[in-house]
Design a protein around this ligand. Structure first.
Ligand code: ADP
Length: 848
């Protein structure tokens, strides 16, 4: 018996009873071609039997896949009639077959005959009873869901979608989709058993939607898993790289360990230690190349480099301190005494309270080296910190740790250099502190110097307090006037007025020459400097209150001599090294009276070495004649400062930040209309004092025998040469007035006399500052008489003996007295103004 099965438009005639091929975990659908491997005897028998039945079998799924020899009850009732397209027997005893599903069939009966399970079947077509429009809508939905399903499903090739879409019949499409759905086989069986095509389609749609949902979820979970996996791997990878970088940089992993140990070992205050550990922890977590790591690392390094508890023991022996101070510096008796007082108090009280020492004086008078000496005398470390040009508070207190370059301020930097908590710190040039919008460094400095506050000094960078209370601060300044008032209040001022000639000579001989020779590897005992040589270096090669330039010149001589000794064949050409200042005289000019027959230009260091004395004593002498070769042309000529009487020229005395100076004030009178011209870089106060001088001249015109109306018919030109430093202050008043009167009267002013004093409109002479420095300068310049305000007379006692012995001082109260002293012959009638003070002693007239 046979029956007709239809598939689309195809019709198949098949036997009614067919051998049954049971399927495990697989459901075949009509239209679908599928390879199967079979090995069970039951299946092989079925295939064999089919060969006699037109190669048609019934494929039915087992209810339970584990069943090895399923009986009728173990099989579903709906299966698919299939054609055996290919049967290949494999060497391992199994058979590979290729089957094509023809149509659904229902088993009406199972029966076993001759060892083969056979089924009697009835056709079970998909009944189509819905509206075609609904069905095709459903079909399209299934297709689009299938497309999405395939796109999400990794194991279904994308072409399947194209193939399925290309299929004309919806039944065929549905079967293809069902066949590709990766679902459990019992689910697949229910699909196979769907009563109608729309039922199958809607079941498919539902299944697809659910599967898509699951796939999406899976995808997400998978992505998440992969993401987190990737993240972990990434971190692991980076950590490995980091270690490699550390190794490359020579910072093995245990670098952090070392830092940690160092933090523990260093006697840090608790707060600081906690802070350092915190930064280290941060550092461990960071890439060493990140900017933050650099910042954190710097911080830890700073904390470790700074002294927190390390200190030196003080040597508080005043007698020894005296020896050390004397060893380092010539003279400076008063200064040394004050320093010794300080050390004495320190040794008694045991702590540093009271005012901070402030050494005030022109450059090169030994302020810095005194500071160093104090440290040596106390057995302390020394650190210097320059304040010149500091305008920003952050320079004192540091920058916040926000950027890579930030650093602690100069105070903490000095402490780092000192390496102990109790050094001597020299705050240099405290008078050069600036101030601007970035905050006031002076107030930060106040905190540094205040013993009440400096125990908890806060630096912006460190953020933790630093104790400065064990530090001995010493400050230096060139002039007092620019030191901020609150700072000055806290300081004990010690003045170093500048050196006199003899002092300079002694310093050069006893300190600078031996020091410089030694520094250049020359035994000081093997060289002597003539008296005249030292004096010439001082007068012709330097013009200063201190000895800095002098030391520089001597250093240069030392270098030249050393070079000569090292390379005897090479003449050390003194002139080859250019002068530090423009030569004041033509290079061919003979230097001075002292020059010998030998022409200086021809003198070389070679000749210096071969100086006659050397041959006999082995001691080399540096003579004044040799200076030209060693130092080049002398920039100054002492004869420049002429001491002759001149008309319209008066010698004033100035006191600037670089010490005392003489000041040649010139006045020229020309026909004109009363214009007064002032030249030279004059400060406002000096200009005022020039006009006061003029007013005085006019008011005393009659008495002085000058034309009362000179200011209408003449032009006056007052010139004050600026020299190296700008000058200001009223103390040139009497000198300006003198020069004006001399110019108007045509009478000369005594050239050997210098003067200083402020002048009022009515000709009174008021006291001035810096008498000591001015006197020293006058003496240095060979001035024999100095006119000073009466109000300064009592300071004369404080002047160095040498100056008092060489210079005659004339205290005056009025300008008339000045006239009488320096412009002899000018009618010095009774002054217009009554002099109230008793015992006016009019000084004896000045003679040459
Ligand atoms: P300042 O700080 O006042 O500008 P320095 O301390 O730098 O001056 O001194 C300049 C040089 O002169 C240093 O080498 C210093 O040793 C030397 N010096 C200054 N005064 C004396 C002195 N009285 N005795 C010995 N050397 C001195």
């Amino acid at each position: 018996m046979s029956l007709i099965l239809t598939r689309d438009t195809e019709r198949f005639q098949v036997p009614e009873r067919l051998p049954v091929l049971p399927l495990r975990d697989v459901v075949l659908f009509p239209y679908v071609v599928m390879p199967l491997i079979i090995g069970r005897s039951q299946s092989l028998a079925a295939v064999d039997a089919a060969a006699n039945d037109g190669n048609v079998v019934l494929l039915v799924a087992q209810r339970n896949a584990d069943q090895q020899d399923p009986a009728a009850a173990d099989l579903f009732r709906i299966g698919v009639v299939a054609r055996l397209m290919q049967v290949v027997r494999l060497p391992n005893g199994t058979t590979k077959i290729l089957v094509e599903g023809i149509a659904r069939a229902r088993v009406t009966r199972y029966a076993t005959s001759a060892g083969t399970l056979r089924a009697t079947i009835a056709p079970e077509p998909f009944v189509d009873e819905s509206e075609p429009a609904d069905q095709s809508a459903l079909g399209r939905r299934v297709l689009s869901l299938f497309e999405e399903y395939v796109s999400l499903h990794r194991r279904i090739p994308a072409e399947v979608v194209t193939l399925v879409q290309a299929t004309a019949s919806e039944e065929r499409q549905a079967c293809a989709v069902a066949a590709h759905l990766a679902v459990r086989h019992d689910v697949r069986q229910t699909l196979l058993e769907a009563s109608t095509l729309p039922a199958l389609l809607s079941q498919l749609a539902q299944l697809l939607a659910a599967e898509i949902e699951i796939l999406r979820l899976e995808r997400k979970i998978e992505d998440d898993v992969r993401g987190s996996l990737f993240q972990n791997q990434r971190e692991f990878y980076l950590q490995e790289q980091l270690k490699a970088i550390h190794r490359e940089l020579g910072q093995e992993d245990d670098d952090f360990g070392d830092l940690e140990a160092a933090i523990e070992k260093k006697g840090l205050p608790d707060v600081v230690k906690a802070r350092a550990h915190r930064e280290l922890r941060k550092l461990r977590r960071m890439s060493p190349l990140s900017p933050e790591a650099t910042v954190a690392r710097n911080f830890v390094d700073w904390v470790l480099a700074l002294p927190w508890t390390e200190r030196t023991d003080d040597a508080l022996d005043v007698a020894k301190a005296r020896v050390i101070l004397d060893e380092d510096h010539y003279g400076l008796v008063e200064v040394k005494e004050r320093i010794l007082d300080y050390i004495a108090v320190l040794s008694l009280v045991g702590k540093l309270e009271g005012p901070i020492l402030c050494l005030v004086g022109p450059p090169g008078v030994g302020k810095t080296s005194l500071g160093r000496s104090v440290a040596r005398a106390l057995g302390r470390r020394f650190a210097r910190m320059s304040l010149g040009g500091v305008r920003d508070e952050a320079e004192i207190r540091g920058h916040r740790r926000t950027y890579i370059g930030s650093m602690p301020g100069r105070v903490i930097q000095a402490m780092r250099r000192a390496e102990v908590v109790n050094p001597v710190v020299l705050l240099d040039e405290i008078d050069k502190l600036g101030q601007d919008y970035r905050g006031d460094p002076a107030s930060a400095l106040l905190e540094v110097l205040d013993p009440e506050q400096n125990r908890n000094f806060s630096d912006h960078y460190l953020e933790v307090d630093y104790d400065l209370s064990h530090v001995l601060f010493i400050t230096t300044a060139n002039s007092l006037s620019t030191i901020p008032e609150p700072l000055r209040d806290r300081m004990e001022i010690i003045r170093l007025p500048g050196y006199l000639d003899l002092e300079k000579q002694a310093i050069a001989r006893q300190f600078l020459i031996p020091k410089q020779l030694r520094q250049n590897g020359i035994d000081p005992a093997s060289v002597t400097f003539d008296q005249a040589t030292v004096s010439d270096i001082i007068h012709r090669y330097t013009r200063e209150a201190g000895v800095r330039d002098l030391e520089r010149r001597i250093a240069r001589i030392g270098r030249k001599l050393a070079r000569r000794r090292a390379e005897p064949s090479v003449p050390a050409a003194g002139a080859a090294e250019p002068n530090e200042r423009p030569a004041a005289e033509p290079s061919t000019a003979a230097p001075a009276k002292r020059s010998r027959a030998k022409k200086p230009a021809e003198t070389s260091a070679a000749e210096v070495v071969a100086h006659p004395t050397e041959a006999t004593t082995g001691i080399q002498t540096v003579a004044s004649d040799d200076l030209r070769a060693l130092l080049g042309v002398a920039p100054y000529d002492p004869a420049d400062m002429s001491l002759e009487d001149k008309v319209g020229v008066a010698t004033g005395l100035a006191y600037t930040s670089v010490g005392g100076e003489t000041l040649e004030i010139e006045v020229a009178v020309v026909r004109g209309r009363g214009k007064v011209q002032l030249t030279g870089t004059l400060g406002d106060v000096m200009k005022e004092s020039a006009s006061a001088a003029l007013s005085y001249a006019r008011s005393r015109a009659a008495a002085l025998g000058i034309d009362r109306d000179f200011h209408r018919s003449r032009d006056l030109h007052v010139h004050i040469p600026d020299g190296a430093t700008p000058k200001d202050g009223p103390s040139a008043g009497i000198a300006i007035a003198t020069a004006v009167i001399s110019a108007l009267t045509g009478r000369p002013v005594r050239g050997n006399t210098a003067m200083t004093g402020e002048i009022t409109l009515r000709g009174r002479v008021l006291p001035i500052g810096g008498l000591k420095e001015k006197s020293v300068a006058a003496h240095r310049n060979g001035i024999a008489h100095v006119i000073i305000p009466f109000g300064n007379a009592r300071e004369l006692e404080e002047l160095p003996d040498e100056v008092r012995a060489a210079v005659q001082f004339h205290p005056v109260r009025t300008m008339d007295e000045v006239m009488a002293l320096v412009i002899p012959g000018v009618a010095a009638t009774a002054p217009d103004i009554p002099i109230t003070a008793p015992n006016v002693s009019v000084s004896p007239p000045i003679t040459h």
